[in-house]
Design a protein around this ligand. Structure first.
Ligand code: NAD
Length: 277
């Protein structure tokens, strides 16, 4: 491995928002195993029920604390923090805690997100707004608050979560697609703004990872008379490689982006070829 792609993160601080479960939890573990001090931030309360948990009560922060306890017992440096990424004051408080605590920041991973299924004609404005804001507001708020800390640390990396739905449109998730295309645009624009300051901004675009999010999507997409296993097989045919991605597949790209010194403003897919032109 060349110095440019050195994944030894000893002495570095990484913040993963949405780090309590799913892909974010794999990212937390990957950074911790590379030697970073990691803050896994998440929430137990979402701002609306327009999400794939079908509830405002979730367990992200509770799971972040459990993850931190498990990895700390393994000798790794992981702590949990509570934040609703769509709440401006809460995001400010989180970054203040990092400034007051670890006192530096090298990598921010905005790994949170929500989805919901509804055709456009039956979608309320409230649903459209909540799904867009649940994926996009926090990317803006977290990136904005991160910049002073990254700058003070001599530069660093922001990795935002887009999706295969940020490269192609999919029926019944128009709000989610609008937001994830938006993440790609925001990422490219911010990368231009801060490129001279050694702050890099990139996006990752997962395809199908069998997390809580996709278990919900499957329950919505299953056809009458079809079993869930049959529906998974139908989804598999959407992937040219005929394999779903794992949280570790995505975490591998995030680690690469955190250390790839000449890569900025990019949106990179890990989707088994789903978005290949
Ligand atoms: N699973 C997939 O196939 C897939 C595909 C493409 C993109 N993505 C994206 O990857 C990211 C991770 O998704 P996942 O599949 O791991 O989902 P997940 O639901 O398993 O995990 C998402 C985590 O984000 C947290 N979260 C959601 N909204 C939050 C908020 N406002 N503030 C703080 N935390 C919040 C949740 O509590 C949860 O812990 C999301 O951005 C998602 O859109 C996932």
């Amino acid at each position: 491995m060349t110095k440019e792609h050195d994944t030894n993160a000893t002495g570095q601080v990484a913040l993963v928002i949405g780090g309590g479960r799913g892909i974010g939890a794999a990212v937390v573990e990957a950074f911790a195993r590379c030697g970073a001090q990691v803050v896994a931030a998440d929430t137990d309360r979402l701002p609306s029920t327009f999400n794939h948990y079908r509830s405002t009560a979730v367990t992200g922060f509770t799971e972040a604390r459990e993850l931190a306890a498990k990895l700390t017992a393994d000798g790794l440096d992981v702590s949990a923090a509570e934040v609703d990424a769509t709440n401006e004051d809460a995001v400010r408080r989180l970054y203040q805690e990092i400034a007051d605590g670890p006192g530096r920041l090298d990598t921010v991973v905005n790994a949170f997100g929500v989805t919901h299924v509804s055709p456009v004609e039956r979608m309320e404005l409230a649903e459209f707004r909540h799904v867009v804001s649940g994926n996009l507001d926090g990317v803006f708020l977290s990136s904005r608050e991160a910049l002073p800390l990254l700058r003070a640390s001599g530069g660093g990396s922001i990795v935002n979560f887009s999706s295969v739905s940020g490269r192609s449109g999919f029926a019944k998730v128009s709000h989610y697609c609008a937001a994830k295309f938006g993440v790609v645009g925001f990422t490219a624009a911010l990368a231009q703004e801060v490129a001279k300051e050694n702050i890099r901004v990139n996006a990752v675009c997962p395809g199908i990872v069998r997390s809580n999010m996709w278990r919900y999507l499957l329950s919505e997409f299953v056809r009458p008379g079809e079993t869930e296993d049959e529906c998974w097989e139908r989804m598999r045919t959407m992937v040219p490689q005929r394999e779903f991605q794992t949280p570790d597949d995505i975490a591998g790209l995030v680690l690469y982006l955190a250390s790839a010194r000449r890569v900025t403003g990019q949106a990179i897919s890990v989707d088994g070829g789903m978005s290949a032109p």
